[in-house]
Design a protein. Structure first.
Length: 316
């Protein structure tokens, strides 16, 4: 049986929801987050379709839509990684047209998988895999091999992928992310996010005790360098999760108030079919006979007969 995609809820931190619920919650989130533009269900579905097909949005869209695309692409990538089997990536030589051959010549120089022993002879991964630095002189083909090898690693691969992209761009190659993503079937927004984090935090500024996702949240934000350094230090000293770091980044950008409270939630318990139960933010206008409404924050249940909320008995 095929595993269904589960995504982290945009409204409730750490909660996994199915795709349909995610899109409904994303509409609510977008309407609150980006008030400068009208967010509709049609727009949400259009952007989501682009994300799933790994197609980038048009250049002339509003900044708010571009930001929403980046978030949804990140959520989709995270969900895909949760359900994907851990299989090594073997780069194969795919036939291309004569017109594409010249453009992709550098990328297609890699036709075989790369072993760890061979890789570490040319590159130093550093403590905790926080860098990808050549030990001596390497070619641009070696950097493409580094990119391919990075995709096969279960941990630390984001730094390797990002460093490879940055090195290729610094060497003067154009449209690097597009070419690599097309060849290796990776998400544009994901790989470009890796590269931005690597540019923001060179190898000497990385701490193996912090996950890459923390650096990505901070490095991809439009903040002064001093503020980014403060956020990294806060993540270390306060032992913040990536989600908590994201909240602090948004706070620093002025996008949300400090310690924003979680929306009120109610559990609609279907006593005849437990699997059809759901969590909502508003009490339905009518409560059906097979439903029991529980206020999760107020720790009470709704007595439809008496039209009153009854507190649960709590022992010490």
């Amino acid at each position: 049986m095929k595993t269904k995609l589960e995504l982290f809820s945009p409204l409730h931190e750490g909660q996994l929801v199915n795709e349909a619920t995610y899109l409904k919650q994303m509409l609510t989130f977008a309407q609150e987050e980006w008030k400068g533009i009208t967010m509709t269900e049609t727009l949400i579905k259009k952007v989501w379709d682009k994300v799933k097909k790994n197609q980038y949005i048009e250049d002339n869209v509003a900044d708010e839509v571009a930001e929403m695309y980046e978030k949804m692409a990140y959520d989709f990538e995270s969900a895909s990684e949760l359900m994907a089997d851990k299989e090594p990536v073997i780069v194969t030589d795919n036939p291309v047209s004569e017109e594409s051959q010249e453009k992709l010549e550098l990328v297609q120089s890699v036709t075989e998988g790369l072993e760890l022993s061979s890789f570490t002879q040319k590159f130093d991964l550093g403590a905790g895999m926080t860098q990808c630095v050549p030990k001596g002189e390497v070619s641009m083909q070696d950097w493409v091999k580094a990119f391919a090898f990075g995709l096969t690693l279960e941990s630390g691969s984001q730094w390797i992928i990002g460093d490879s992209v940055v090195a290729l761009e610094n060497a003067g190659h154009e449209d690097v992310v597009n070419q690599l993503c097309a060849q290796f079937k990776k998400s544009y927004s994901t790989v470009s996010g890796y590269a931005r984090a690597c540019k923001a935090f060179p190898a000497k500024q990385r701490d193996a005790m912090l996950p890459f996702t923390v650096y990505r949240e901070i490095g991809n934000a439009d903040l002064p360098e001093k503020k980014k350094a403060q956020l990294v230090e806060a993540a270390k000293t306060e032992k913040l999760s990536s989600q908590e770091v994201r909240g602090k980044v948004r706070e620093a950008q002025g996008k949300e108030e400090k310690q924003k409270p979680m929306p009120h939630r109610f559990l609609i318990l279907n006593v005849e079919n437990w699997s059809n139960s759901e969590i909502v933010t508003q009490v339905p206008d009518e409560v059906e006979a097979h439903q029991l409404i529980i206020d999760l924050q107020g720790k009470s249940w709704f007595d439809a007969g008496g039209n009153d909320w009854i507190q649960f008995l709590r022992g010490e």
